[in-house]
Design a protein around this ligand. Structure first.
Ligand code: GDP
Ligand code: MG
Length: 304
């Protein structure tokens, strides 16, 4: 009998969470996989503040990468959200790619590595990348040591910066993914979770300034977020949605005073979060009973 091959049994698609201490080269490696710069790389630790989703498509296969935030600054207001985003990235992952820095000899790094590995052992596939091999004389020693700490975890020596062995690692990652069709079109390489955090910050400001008046009727959507080539400030346009006209008047306030205050406070928060100046434009719109409507919730990104 003629057997028809199903495309979803030939193609692989899944999520890879990229984890590791700050500065080990997570963003550099994801950018290298994608051949594009989607995540900020910096010699300063903690530049990646949100889980950036990078999407690699090749033939029938697709790998969706989460570039996770490193260890977080204490007292930072969004810390909880970001920690959740790390947890979410890891718990949604089909594979966890753990990266270590071959040139890092600090004992505490090995301790953190071991405790991380132990917390995820047996729950999900893991692979180890020993990065920055261009900086060390003999990467085998440190690779073997980390692999031993993780009970013989499969490891790849790589240099995200120079590209050594990156392709082999990528092919191996693909081989670990479940069978399935692609989830994104080929030309999409990243989503913008920054938008989500910006919207959350604005919403939080509205809550804080209008605590009692309109408790849960507010949603915020960032409609536009772009860099302005000739200016130093990014341009952000966001809409504050409320459920009724009466709430709209409250958010705007007498002579626009409340909206102005919301704008000033939000802009300060957003700039602190993004670590760069922004131009923020806010509008208020009524979306009747949005909380009860799936379509509206989906549009606002509150459900998927
Ligand atoms: P992350 O915090 O883990 O995302 O680390 P980044 O990707 O931001 O990289 C931190 C620093 O390490 C940057 O200065 C990178 O250029 C550098 N780096 C990353 N990968 C390599 C590598 O393979 N070799 C060398 N020499 N430097 C690297
Ligand atoms: Mg990073």
């Amino acid at each position: 009998m003629h057997e028809k091959k199903n495309i979803s049994q030939q193609s692989r698609c899944g999520y890879v969470a990229v984890v590791g201490l700050p500065n080990v080269g997570k963003s550099t490696l994801v950018n290298r996989f994608l051949c594009q710069k989607i995540s900020i790389v910096s010699p300063k630790p903690q530049t990646t503040r949100t889980s950036i989703l990078g999407i690699f498509s090749q033939g029938n296969d697709q790998v969706i990468f989460f570039d996770t935030p490193g260890i977080l600054e204490p007292h930072y207001r969004l810390q909880e959200v970001m920690e959740k985003s790390l947890d979410a990235a890891v718990s949604n992952a089909d594979v966890i790619l753990v990266i270590v820095d071959a040139s890092d000899n600090r004992p505490e790094s090995k301790k953190l590595f071991t405790s991380f590995i132990n917390s995820f052992r047996n729950t999900v596939e893991m692979v180890l990348a020993v990065n920055k091999i261009d900086l060390v004389h003999d990467f085998n020693e440190s690779g073997q040591l980390y692999s031993d700490l993780a009970n013989g975890l499969k490891w790849f020596p790589v240099s995200a910066l120079c590209g050594d062995n990156v392709e082999a690692l990528l092919e191996y990652l693909i081989s670990l993914l479940p069978y399935g069709p692609k989830l994104y079109p080929d030309d999409i390489i990243a989503e913008e979770p920054e938008r989500f955090f910006v919207a959350e910050l604005i919403r939080e400001c509205v809550f804080n300034l209008l605590r009692k008046e309109i408790p849960y009727s507010v949603a915020v959507k960032v409609e536009e977020f772009r860099e302005q080539p000739k200016r130093s400030k990014d341009f952000i346009r966001a809409i504050i949605y409320v459920e009724r006209e009466s709430q709209k008047s409250i958010v705007i306030g007498k002579g626009g005073k409340m909206l102005k205050a919301i704008g000033e406070k939000s802009r300060a928060e957003v700039e602190k979060f993004l670590d760069r100046p922004v131009y923020l434009e806010l509008f208020v719109k009524v979306k009747k009973d949005w909380r009860k409507k799936d379509g509206a919730l989906r549009e606002l990104g509150l459900i998927r």
